[in-house]
Design a protein around this ligand. Structure first.
Ligand code: SAH
Ligand code: SF4
Length: 351
């Protein structure tokens, strides 16, 4: 049994099964999530008896297998990780000057099939377990040898974006459990202010994020009205824009309006990038505290869509800024290794 991904209570249960006292939970938690140790023999404070018991009872602190690691010219790093059943996902690290974000995946494939998304073109296989989500981050830290958890800045792996493969809110229980483990101050200790979860808009779950986690929210909006959104995001038929916007209002009622929501908007030539689209977008988000993030569409073989011209993206951004919305254009990272937004795909063949 892999101990990664167990909540504190579950870890305590396992220890109790072996006749251990509750204080051991805190110690073991510290070795796993603060020190990053994988070998029980190195967990000195546990005592020899417990160290041996953990090993002989078949417990492990296992990371996924690294099937491939690629480094981009811009220093973005991408891993292909595989799990027990042979399924694999991609995880990306995007470095800035003295910090950086790890982009975590939450599903093998994605059931939503957004037409612009490479992951969405891949058949959905299964949800990732909490342990597989947490272990992606831990394996990324292994790769940069950033253990024990740095207690102060600078931290190289400082932020998390839940923006990899899959739709996190269709796997909410596991995502919630994983993020709670990652945020635990006695372990990996990434603060909620440094975590952003991106969703295509699973409306009923959105307010729960504010309630349960308090992390930042990004919405893959991508269209100013249902007509356009229906064409590019099939999920819009189930949760149309009104419901998504309403859910965002509830999110801010709970989390407060200082908690800006990022509206992600992929720039698609001739589809959603006109001046009229920008104006309609402004009307759509009225009453919400939002900022925009314009994403130049990353083209991929097999997808007929094209990216809007640079000039068009600039004009679109200016229109939003004229109405006092921040609307930066997201700089594409790791494109040479297919690590940019919407380019992730596992190698597992789904025929
Ligand atoms: N399922 C979640 C999170 C993963 S996608 C979601 O949809 O929000 C992360 C972001 O990349 C989303 O905003 C998604 O719409 C965007 N994206 C997907 N394919 C893209 C592409 N080809 N080019 C640019 N952005 C893309
Ligand atoms: Fe799934 Fe998000 Fe890609 Fe849509 S954009 S197919 S929801 S991963």
């Amino acid at each position: 049994m892999n101990l990664i991904g167990l909540s504190r209570e579950e870890l305590q249960n396992e220890l109790e099964k072996m006749g251990e006292k509750p204080f051991r939970t805190k110690q073991l938690w510290h070795w796993i999530y603060w020190q990053g140790k994988t070998d029980f023999q190195e967990m000195s404070s546990l005592g020899k008896t417990l160290r041996n018991k953990l090993a002989t009872n078949g417990y492990t602190v296992r990371r996924p297998t690294v099937l491939r690691e690629q480094n981009s010219a811009d220093r973005t790093r991408k891993w292909l990780f595989s799990f027990e059943d042979g399924q694999s996902v991609e995880t990306v690290y995007i470095p800035e000057e003295d910090r950086g974000a790890v982009c975590l995946s939450t599903q093998i494939g994605c059931p939503n099939g957004c037409v612009f998304c490479h992951t969405g073109s891949q058949k959905f296989t299964r949800n990732l377990g909490a342990s597989e989500i947490v272990a992606q981050f831990m394996a990324a830290r292994d790769s940069y040898q950033e253990w024990p958890s740095p207690s102060q800045e600078p931290r190289y792996l400082s932020n998390i974006v839940v923006m990899g493969m899959g739709e996190p809110l269709l796997n909410y229980e596991n995502v919630k459990k994983a993020l709670r483990i990652i945020m635990d101050p006695e372990g990996i200790a990434i603060s909620k202010r440094r975590i952003t979860l991106s969703t295509c808009g699973i409306a009923p779950v959105i307010p729960l994020i504010a309630q349960d986690l308090g992390v930042k929210l990004a919405i893959s909006l991508h269209a100013p009205n249902n007509e356009i959104r229906d064409q590019i995001m099939p999920i819009n038929k189930k949760y149309p824009l009104e419901e998504v916007i309403d859910a965002c209002k509830k999110f801010q009622e709970i989390g407060g309006t200082r908690q800006y929501i990022t509206m992600e908007y992929v720039m698609l030539d001739g589809i959603n990038d006109s001046d009229a689209d920008a104006r309609e977008l402004i009307r759509l988000v009225k009453g919400l505290a939002v900022k925009f993030n314009l994403i130049p569409f990353n083209e991929w073989t097999g997808c007929p869509l094209k990216c809007s011209s640079e000039k068009r993206i600039k004009r679109f951004s200016e229109l939003l800024e004229e109405h006092n919305y921040a609307a930066p254009v997201r700089q594409s990272r790791g494109q040479d290794i297919m690590a940019a937004c919407g380019q992730l795909k596992s190698i597992f063949k789904n025929s």
